[in-house]
Design a protein. Structure first.
Length: 135
């Protein structure tokens, strides 16, 4: 099927206009509070890219596409465990051994990751990053 390029461009433009036209401005935060920075798709894609912590960089490369921002993994965790537990980077209750077990065995919709996909040293660093106590 050959769709003429002008038709594709017009369809794309219509979708873009509909999206931008439907976007609503969020209400300002209460006095004395700053608005939380929304996590965009670009933030998710770039998560950990400049991290000094190797575990954070590995998490960004291997896990962020499902577990940072408005992604499938975060959505599913939010439904199961509450919105406050949706973003793994903000959790303070994760233990390294649990993180490793979930990565290796999978859990609900999350598939298991083999030692080829994520090596043991890499998984150790990711687990250490996620199990640290956040401020």
């Amino acid at each position: 099927m050959n769709t003429p390029r002008p038709a594709v461009a017009a369809a794309f433009a219509a979708c873009l206009i509909a999206c931008l036209g439907g976007c609503k401005q969020a209400a300002p935060p209460p006095a004395g509070q700053s608005a939380p920075k929304p996590v965009s798709a670009m933030d998710t894609a770039m998560f950990g890219i400049d991290a000094k912590d190797e575990g954070e960089a590995l998490f960004g490369r291997e896990c962020a596409f499902c577990h940072v921002g408005k992604t499938t993994g975060a959505f599913m965790l939010g439904r199961r465990l509450g919105k406050e537990n949706a973003d793994l980077t903000k959790r303070t209750d994760l233990q390294g051994d649990y993180v490793k077990a979930v990565v290796r065995n999978g859990l609900v919709n999350m598939p298991a990751f083999s030692r080829v996909e994520v090596t043991e040293p890499e998984l150790d660093k990711i687990a250490a990053y996620l199990s640290r106590k956040k401020n």
